[in-house]
Design a protein. Structure first.
Length: 298
């Protein structure tokens, strides 16, 4: 059995905000939030933080889709663009997004709070305390394989740590992107150092898989045609990886995370011939996973 679970970065964003409030670092009426991101965490942070009356500044690579930038501005964020690649790099090769966010926030700790999803353990605990238990309960403890794409590492390490405490035989599969990829939200760990958050618990991963642009985009198209699901490219990466593993197994229960839907990727999908403009607009209206749309990107 193959099962997918939907959610974005809302859990990690919420956990990081509430943890900072609890520790007195983030104060309503005084603090602003600033964060470097490739998109999903920035959108989640902006949506949650602005609803809690915080000001938000997001530092994002210019190569991220225009739809993502419009959503961030629509939700109320001040957006700073840098000339980074698709994802801000971490480690020794830190790119401008992370550097700029730190440069803005460090001199004014009385004003700025930078959650820093790449190091913040609240990112891990969000999934250890919620995603893992939910998957265990929803599969009646029958899960045999857990797969998800990798960026900061919070989702895979938090979820997998909980699941392996329940059953150490569960196989954990980490999915990275190919080099020079177009899969927003994923990383290739030969091009970018592994975030500290991931390094601390990398041992939970049993197997690595690399998703290609071609396979991921093809799966995006298939999911729309066969299941009426309009997904982001990283979700296509997870689905194709799940199917490759499932084809070699019997009597297994695979669970994968779809971390993004397709609302932010019209320009990317038309450029890469995944959908024509007409096909994308039709998909946007008919996709069953977008029944509760809370924002538009026109």
């Amino acid at each position: 059995m193959v099962q997918s679970i939907w959610f974005g970065k809302d859990r990690a964003a919420y956990w990081m905000i509430k943890d900072a409030e609890k520790r007195g670092i983030l104060k309503k009426g005084k603090s602003s939030i600033i964060e470097p991101t490739s998109g999903k965490t920035g959108i989640a942070l902006t949506g949650i933080a602005t609803s809690l009356a915080y000001k938000v500044e997001i530092v994002i690579p210019e190569k991220v889709s225009e739809e993502t930038k419009r959503i961030l501005r629509h939700l109320g964020a001040t957006v700073h663009e840098t000339s980074d690649d698709l994802c801000p790099r971490v480690g020794a090769g830190t790119d401008q997004s992370i550097a700029l966010a730190k440069a803005i926030s460090k001199p004014r700790p009385d004003v700025y709070y930078m959650p820093n999803q790449y190091e913040n353990d609240a990112n891990f605990f969000a999934h250890y305390e919620s995603t893992g238990p939910e998957i265990w309960k929803q599969t009646d403890g029958k899960i045999t394989h857990f797969l998800t794409g990798c960026g900061t590492g919070g989702t895979i390490t938090g979820t997998a740590t909980f699941l392996k405490e329940k059953n150490r035989d569960i196989e954990v599969v980490a999915i990275q992107a190919q080099k020079n990829h177009l899969l927003q939200g994923l990383r290739n760990f030969e091009e970018s150092s592994m975030p500290d958050l991931f390094k601390r618990r990398e041992s939970v991963v049993h197997k690595w898989m690399t998703a290609t642009n071609e396979d991921s985009f093809d799966m995006v198209k298939q999911l729309m045609a066969k299941e009426r699901l309009l997904v982001g490219p990283s979700s296509g990466s997870v689905m194709i990886s799940m199917l490759k593993i499932a084809a070699k197994l019997d009597n297994c229960v695979l669970v994968g995370i779809f971390a993004d839907d397709g609302r932010k990727f019209k320009s990317l999908y038309t450029q890469q011939n995944v959908f024509t403009n007409e096909e994308y607009e039709k998909a946007l209206k008919s996709a069953k996973n977008l029944s509760n749309v809370v924002y538009t990107v026109n």
